[in-house]
Design a protein around this ligand. Structure first.
Ligand code: PLP
Ligand code: COI
Length: 341
């Protein structure tokens, strides 16, 4: 198989149309088998549930070329499980986990020519999603749905690669205490668009959202969870029912304990304690681990000792171990790596 002629090392995080995508429709209470198609367009009724009431959920994952030339993906079962939770919360039918993983692997395989080579710094981003497709005008769930998976080759999520980010504490809320922050619903991202455009205008890379109830605790950013390292080398991450349970974060907590011998704890983290941490990073499929150098809270600057030029030492160890596992240079825990054959 010949790779596409793409300048892999200079890719940003954007959409490049690839050759195949997977489509399955839900009608009369059942999912059809689903097929790969070359048609990248979706044609739906003007009154479709997704267009009127944002009934849509999605996932984000990646395919990697390993050092020995295999194509693999990372913990796809967990994305399948999370999509199940997301679908249930928005009154959508569950696309079964096994079928989800099968569809993802099939779509990656069909787009093999777009999986960036090992060492290029790029990966193939995989986007499974589902939406209400039939007309709905009273506020209620659709009863027909479409599940799709497409892929796009991507480079780093944040421009500048691993240069530490500057984040501001946002005055906007991302998720209500008993809302939908813990699922991957398109509506959560619509909520964050004004805040991110405004943050960029003011010169910040991302927003730190606080808990909407008390506005004293750290939640997450628009597209990644937070990780902090204490001055005595412990890894801590916010515990909250209104943040997305990041698969990268859950994996990193295990990596910290089992590979690096560090203490790792999920707990409530107060805005007030940020100044006590030694390192900060954002973690997610797109973000991988992106170091944060500075957080600005309404003019008050919290500068992490790791500085604005390099990743902090613990963040770097976490980054190298996780990406080593994903690229096949470090032995993975059982079940984390699934080969695309
Ligand atoms: N938080 C939000 C809001 C996200 O959009 C993402 C991306 O998926 C994450 C966290 C990270 O989750 P994961 O590591 O599963 O990609
Ligand atoms: C991901 O990391 O997969 C995300 O979904 C984050 C962002 C691109 C929305």
């Amino acid at each position: 198989m010949e790779k596409k002629n793409i300048d892999w090392s200079n890719l940003g995080f954007g959409y490049i149309q690839t050759d195949f995508r997977f489509v399955s429709n839900y009608k009369n209470g059942a999912w059809e088998e689903g097929v790969l198609t070359e048609d990248a367009n979706v044609v739906i009724n003007e009154c479709a549930g997704v267009l009127q009431y944002a009934q849509t959920v999605f996932e984000g994952m990646k395919a990697y070329t390993t050092s020995d030339g295999r194509i693999v993906t990372f913990r796809p079962d967990l994305n399948g499980e999370r999509m199940e939770q997301s679908a249930k919360r928005l009154e959508m039918p569950v696309y079964p986990k096994e079928k989800f993983v099968e569809a993802v692997l099939k779509t990656i395989k069909a787009n093999e020519a777009y999986v960036p080579p090992y060492g290029s710094g790029a990966t193939l981003y995989v986007r499974p999603y589902m939406f209400g497709s039939n007309p709905v005008i009273g506020v209620k769930p659709a009863d027909e749905f479409q599940f799709r998976v497409f892929t796009t080759p991507v480079g780093p999520y944040f421009k500048g690669g691993v240069k530490p980010l500057t984040i501001r504490v946002s005055d906007f809320d991302r998720a209500a205490p008993n809302g939908t922050g813990h699922i991957k619903a398109g509506l959560n991202y619509a909520m964050s668009l004004h805040a991110i455009v405004d943050a960029h205008k003011q010169g910040y890379d991302e927003n730190m959202y606080l808990d909407a109830g008390s506005r004293t605790k750290v939640e997450e950013t628009g597209g990644a969870n937070f990780l902090f390292v204490t001055k005595d080398g412990k890894v801590v991450t916010p515990k909250s029912h209104s943040i997305l349970p990041s698969i990268t974060r859950r994996s990193l907590m295990q990596v910290a304990k089992e590979y690096l011998g560090l203490e790792a704890e999920e707990r409530e983290i107060y805005l007030e304690e940020l100044q006590d941490f030694a390192e900060c990073g954002l973690c997610g499929t797109a973000a991988v681990i992106s170091p944060v150098g500075k957080i600005v809270d309404h003019g008050k600057e919290i500068c992490f000792p790791s500085g604005m030029t390099e990743m902090g030492p613990v963040t770097k160890q976490l980054y190298e171990t996780l990406t080593g596992i994903q690229m096949g240079t470090i032995k993975a825990p059982e079940g984390w790596i699934v080969e695309v054959k």
